[in-house]
Structure formats: C-alpha cells, structure tokens
Design a protein around this ligand. Structure first.
Ligand SMILES: NC(=O)C1=CN([C@@H]2O[C@H](COP(=O)(O)OP(=O)(O)OC[C@H]3O[C@@H](n4cnc5c(N)ncnc54)[C@H](OP(=O)(O)O)[C@@H]3O)[C@@H](O)[C@H]2O)[C@@H](O)CC1
Ligand SMILES: [K+]
Length: 498
C-alpha cells in the first residue's frame, strides 16, 4: 500500500489530468463509486452528507446521488461559499438540484437543524475537507465539525477526517472523530502519527482508476509492507542445496547477566534457516550457553585468530545484543567492521556505544543495518524521543541518507528505510512488548541477510514476520515472549514460501 501526502495527491492529480488526459470528474466518480462500496448500505437507511466546496465536497455530492439511487434517505448539507465551489463539485451539485435531491447551505441559522438531522441519521459522511485543508479551522466550519462529533451515530470520512492535515497529522483546531476513513490511492502520511490514530477509525485505501504504472511513477517511495512483498522474498529450498547455500552467520552478543540476549539472537538465526550459525562471546557466556545451543556453534571472542577467520568468511553478522554499553563493545564493533565485508546488523549496546562515534558508520557505507528503538535513536541523533515519535519517517530517512545505512526504527508501526525507499511495518502488537524481542528480530534479520536477501528486504521481511508471529500468538497468549516467537519462525516461513 502506498503512503502519500497532500502534495503527492496534487502531483498525481495534475499528472492524470494534464499528461494522461483523465478528466478530474472521471476520477471523482471513480472515488464516489469506490467509497460507496464501504457505506454499509445493507444495514443503514439514513445518511447525512456534509460537504465542503472543494473536491472532497464533490465526492460527497456524488455519493449523495449514488445513495439516493439505491433507495436511501439522504440529506445534504454544504458548508462554505457556493460561489467558491470547485468545477467538479459544481457538476455534482447541479445534478443533485436537477434530481430534486434536497441540499441545505449551512449557516448560523440552521445549525440546530443540522444537529437534529445528524442525530436522526445512521451515518454522517464527512466530506468537508480532504487533502486541500490548509489552515486552522474556525467559525462555522468549527461549529459544524463539533456538532457532528457531539451528535453522530457513526461518521465515515472521505479521504481524510476533516481537520487532520493529511501530510503531518496535525489537527488544525478540531477534527472529525471518524469511525471509518475511506482514503484514495494513498494511506495518508499524517495517519502514521500516533496521536491521530484515535480519530481515523478503520482506514480503507481504495483505488480510483489510476493505472499502476502512473502511481509508481509519481509515488513517494513510501509504502506499508504487504504480505506479497514478504512472500516474494522467501524462496523455496532447492532440493540440491547445501548448508553453505543458506549462509554462514555470526552473532556477537551477551555479557554477564545478559546471556539470554545471546541465546535468543543466535537461536532466532538458527530457526530462520541459516546454514551455519556461530555465537561469538566471552568465555563465561560460552560456558553457560554451549550446552543450551544444540545447532549453533560457539566461539570464545578472545580467540582472535579464529574470530578473524570466521568474520572474514561470514555472509552476515549480528552485533550488540546484551553486550554492555562499554568502550570494549565499541572496540569489538570496530574490529568486526574492519575485518569483515558482509552486512552487519547492529542493535542495542552496539548502537549505544556509537553515540559519540558515528564516524564508524560513515567508514562502512552500504553494509550496515541499525535497529534502534526510540530511546536508542534519541541517543544516536540527539533528538528528543517525542520529536522522533512525531517525525519518525523523516528522522529515519535523514539518518539513513547521511550514514548510508538501513535504519529500522522500532516502535508502533516500525519504519524501515534506506533513505530512498521506506516501508512501514503493519504487524505486531503490545503483547510483544517485553525483553528479548529485539534480540529475536536481530537474529531474523541477520539470518535473512546471510541467506542473500538485500539488506533493505532483510529488515522489511524480518520486521513483518516477527510482528506477524507475535500477533498470531497473541490470540491465545496474554504475553508473547521471544522463545514463543522463535519456535514459530520455521512454521511461518513455510507458510510464506513461494
Ligand atoms: N487524485 C485524487 O486523489 C483525487 C481526489 N479527490 C478528492 O479531492 C480532494 C482534494 O480536493 P481539493 O484539492 O479541492 O481540496 P479539499 O480537501 O476539498 O479542500 C479545499 C477546500 O477547502 C477550503 N479550505 C481549506 N482549508 C480551510 C479551512 N481551514 N477553513 C475553511 N476552508 C478551508 C478551500 O478553500 P480556500 O482555501 O480556497 O479558501 C477549498 O474550498 C481529495 O481529498 C479527495 O477527496 C477526487 O475527487 C478526485 C481525485
Ligand atoms: K473528509
């Protein structure tokens, strides 16, 4: 699914109209018909359409016609100056007048009447503002939105709940509290903002007849990951394959009190299908884990010669889980990066130790994947956590471009980007918010990178599968732990294999 802003909608609109000669009224009617499918006409009879005078309003006027044609009781309210009505809205307005479908122009005098109609309706369809909302909402527009929110039974918003800035999610004074939002072509970027989730209800993204190749040409390269993309990246195991075909990976993890992190990240890589997995750790961690890890090998990190040989031959390396935020961790990371050529996935203390030494990232462009949570990203960038949360896509992209890394910024709707292409992960839930989950994710991503997926796709597919497993398990489990996820990895990979 594509993510877009007000600007992307404008650019797409003008390309369709000017370059591909699709008249706007054709796209508007497609929008009307697409939205109509989601009006739940089987269970509802009374509709109130509230339209502005821009094209979002035009969508509403078209919907009023379609709903009437299907035998529904429809009342239309228009808010704004009729003389400013957009060309396509006017076409739909004139059709309504010719068909004797009653329309009310909202003013101070009939607000009470609007209130009664909203109260009596099954569904209010909000078509006041869409992507064209530009400034703070005041006066009669404010009152209308307030009346809808206070008196509605249900509200369905067309394209954007009126009052929300589609680009950044700011609420411009007031906004419709939608039960459902039917958006066109793009999941609006503003909907990613955490504070806005409470207003958008269920979001459906509908097509309005624009061919795929035009969308591809004009999209912003920002997407919500879908299952097909993940499936396309998980390949059937060829019957003639050897373990060497599935990647040799090493995990640098663990310290005293944090042996679990080493176990979890290593075992995740094993279960994900890596051909050969080695945990590289301090001797005391090795002594604890070498009996627990049956399939993976272990190596004492002080055995310099063997470590050097291993990392020079590895297909991917995971680094950082439970290692401690120390100078020693930084020295080890530097050594790993300088003596290997493969992708390196860095998490947790591997990131914390970089906070004042990001030049190490610059020295190794195009091979590092970092997987910070908000706190780790704050330490790395110097931005506050709230700034990162509200601007997560921009912050992740900026960092990825500057340091030429893949950034996987964890949180509600994890962001994954190489600075050019960006994916938002839709899977996972709060049942997974417990220790060890990040270690699992690192193991999965390292394994995928070692098996030959691109670094970006390793992170995208890793995040998707990790969240997918957690979400499924949470139907039966109150808390989903890392070991629950690890056990499910091979089953889900089998389910996803093409
Ligand atoms: N390709 C697609 O995706 C297609 C999209 N389509 C639809 O078009 C929608 C975009 O339409 P749009 O560009 O006409 O903007 P829209 O949201 O109706 O708002 C503009 C109006 O609001 C007004 N206004 C703004 N802020 C205000 C404020 N604070 N307070 C008061 N007034 C304010 C502004 O007035 P002005 O600023 O000119 O004074 C103007 O009158 C899009 O969301 C989708 O639903 C389809 O129909 C076709 C294909
Ligand atoms: K709207």
């Amino acid at each position: 699914m594509r993510i877009g802003t007000s600007n992307s909608t404008k650019i797409l609109d003008s390309a369709c109209v000017n370059e591909y000669k699709i008249p706007l009224i054709v796209m508007m009617e497609n929008a009307v018909l697409s939205a109509f499918k989601h009006m739940d006409i089987e269970n509802n009879q009374r509709y109130v359409i509230v339209s502005g005078v821009g094209n979002n309003g035009g969508d509403g006027l078209g919907l009023a016609r379609q709903l009437t044609a299907h035998g529904k009781e429809v009342e239309v309210f228009i808010v704004g100056k009729i003389e400013k009505m957009s060309e396509c809205s006017k076409i739909n307005y004139n059709i309504l007048k010719a068909m004797n479908i009653p329309t009310n122009i909202v003013d101070e005098e009939n607000l009470e009447y609007l209130k009664c109609s909203v109260k009596k309706s099954d569904i209010v369809v909000d078509c006041i503002f869409g992507t064209g909302l530009e400034r703070e909402i005041k006066g009669i527009f404010y009152n209308v939105i307030d009346i809808i929110n206070q008196n509605k039974n249900k509200t369905y918003s067309i394209d954007v709940p009126s009052g929300i800035n589609a680009t950044n999610g700011d609420v411009l004074g007031i906004c419709i509290d939608a039960d459902k939002t039917i958006s066109f072509e793009f999941y609006k970027r503003g909907f990613l903002k955490y504070d806005v989730k409470q207003y958008i209800g269920e979001v459906i993204v509908e097509h309005i007849g624009i061919p795929e190749y035009i969308l591809e040409k004009y999209d912003d390269r920002e997407y919500i990951t879908n299952l097909d993309l993940v499936k396309n990246n998980i390949k059937e195991k060829n019957k003639f394959s050897f373990k060497s075909d599935f990647g040799k990976v090493a995990l640098f993890a663990g310290s005293r009190g944090f042996t679990g992190a080493a176990y979890i990240s290593t075992q995740s890589a094993v279960k994900c299908g890596s051909g050969l997995t080695t945990l590289v750790c301090e001797k005391y961690v090795q002594d604890i884990l070498s009996t627990k890890l049956c399939e993976a090998m272990t190596l004492d990190i002080q055995n310099k010669e063997k470590v050097k040989k291993l990392i020079s031959e590895c297909d991917a390396i995971g680094f950082g889980c439970g290692m401690g935020d120390t100078e020693d961790t930084y020295t080890k990371l530097k050594y790993v990066l300088e003596n290997s050529k493969c992708p390196v996935v860095i998490d947790a203390d591997g990131l914390n130790c970089l906070k004042n030494k990001k030049d190490l990232l610059e020295k190794h462009p195009n091979r590092i994947i970092i997987t910070p949570h908000l706190g780790e990203m704050a330490r790395l960038t110097g931005y506050s956590i709230s700034h990162i949360r509200d601007n997560k896509v921009d912050v992740a992209k900026e960092f990825a471009q500057k340091y030429k890394t893949i950034v996987l910024l964890k949180g509600y709707e994890t962001v994954i980007t190489d600075g050019n292409y960006t994916y938002i992960n839709p899977t996972g839930n709060s049942s997974m918010a417990n220790g060890g989950m990040g270690d699992t994710l690192l193991g999965i991503i390292t394994s995928f990178a070692g098996q030959g997926m691109t670094n970006l796709m390793s992170a995208v597919c890793g995040a998707y599968i990790h969240g997918y497993i957690g979400e499924n398990l949470s139907k039966d489990l109150y808390t989903v732990n890392a070991s629950d996820v690890i056990a499910q990895i091979p089953f889900v990979m089998k389910e996803f294999v093409k």
